[in-house]
Write a protein that binds this ligand. Structure first.
Ligand SMILES: C=C(O[C@@H]1C=C(C(=O)O)C=C[C@H]1O)C(=O)O
Length: 337
């Protein structure tokens, strides 16, 4: 596999963590346009166009875990729109879209429909290269009406949509599937036009999630460990999993260490070269980091560990939410550029 041009191009949308604004629309940074906005706040707000910006609110914040707004900015003109329950905006190179599935007894068919609608939108608008998915799942390890974990139920619906659209959307990209503090499932996506170099990366120390054995659910989770596009590396939510198994149950410090070791191996020069991408990153290059912590009592220890290992200029937000497996205590995602 030939090395892929890693020249950083300015077309990649930029992530910004801003204070959680009120009802007023998040003012775009000087000279930049807002491609999408997600409020990690105290309530659920269905996807909609607010001031011409596709926006969604998810109940993710709590006492001791900061509310914030995640903005995706672009220096290109933005064209917003609504389509069959999705809100989106495109800038000619990238597209942001958001959709929500309301709380229900069994999720899989509604999730399949939501993902299929998003894929149809991407293909119709000409942005078939999915870069990153975020899935914020209420009661993620709670039981659905059949007694199956909601996350496993969600994974069935998502996998079915990918199976249906694989020839159009291609391989699964980086993702996060994490608990939300409110009901229902908020999903949002970043995609780009075909043509530019794109790589989906795996971690040599972890089984690819889409190859997890059935003991983790009837359909394996559909995501890659990271996606590289235009010099930007989108790092999936990463946890204390080696191979396909959770390690260091009940031990938050060691789960943090394994999580950071996994990320370090994933973003390093050797692993990028393994996927045909020149260059590499270190933990100090990780930015726009979201740290998900299951037990509020662990927040101080996790904050301390992150302060040791992340760059002091990194934007980091901590959330006290459930992780996709009951025995995972912490999960971390980020972006390297
Ligand atoms: C932590 C893991 O999975 C989590 C679930 C994901 C999903 O289902 O989209 C993606 C990354 C993580 O948020 C893992 O399996 O390693």
């Amino acid at each position: 596999m030939t090395a892929v041009d890693t020249e950083v191009r300015s077309s990649a949308p930029q992530c910004v963590f801003a204070p959680l604004s009120g009802e007023e629309d998040a003012a775009p940074a000087a000279g930049r346009q807002v491609l999408g906005r997600v409020d990690y706040g105290f309530r659920s707000v269905p996807p909609g166009l607010r001031g011409g910006v596709p926006a969604m609110g998810v109940h993710m914040a709590s006492e001791g875990a900061d509310p914030f707004t995640e903005l995706w900015l672009t220096d290109r003109p933005v064209r917003p729109g609504e389509d069959r329950g999705l809100v989106y905006a495109e800038d000619g190179e990238h597209l942001f879209c958001a959709v929500r599935v309301a709380e229900r007894g069994v999720y899989r068919e509604a999730v399949r429909r939501a993902y299929a609608a998003a894929f149809a939108l991407l293909v119709r608008r000409g942005y078939p290269r999915l870069l990153r998915m975020w899935n914020l799942v209420g009661a993620i390890t709670g039981g659905n009406a059949e007694g199956m974990e909601n996350y496993r139920d969600f994974c069935i619906g998502r996998a079915r949509a990918f199976d249906e659209w694989r020839e159009h959307i291609g391989r699964v990209p980086a993702a996060t599937g994490i608990g939300a503090r409110g009901p229902g499932i908020g999903m949002y996506f970043l995609a780009r036009r075909a043509g530019a170099p794109l790589r989906h990366l795996e971690n040599p120390y972890q089984t690819p999630a889409y190859r997890y054995p059935r003991r983790y659910g009837p359909k394996a989770p559909s995501f890659a460990r990271a996606t590289w596009s235009d010099g930007t590396l989108y790092v999936s939510g990463t946890a204390s999993i080696v191979g396909d198994g959770t390690v260091h149950r009940g031990d938050i410090e060691r789960q943090c260490d394994v999580t950071f070791a996994n990320i370090g191996a994933l973003i390093g020069e050797e692993n990028l070269a393994r996927h045909g991408v020149a260059g590499g990153f270190r933990l100090g290059d990780l930015d726009h980091v979201k740290v998900y912590v299951r037990d509020a009592a662990h927040l101080p220890a996790v904050r301390a560990r992150c302060a040791e290992l992340l760059h002091d200029r990194a934007e980091v937000r901590f959330l006290n939410v459930d992780v996709c497996r009951p025995d995972l205590l912490v999960e971390i995602e980020g972006i390297c550029r």
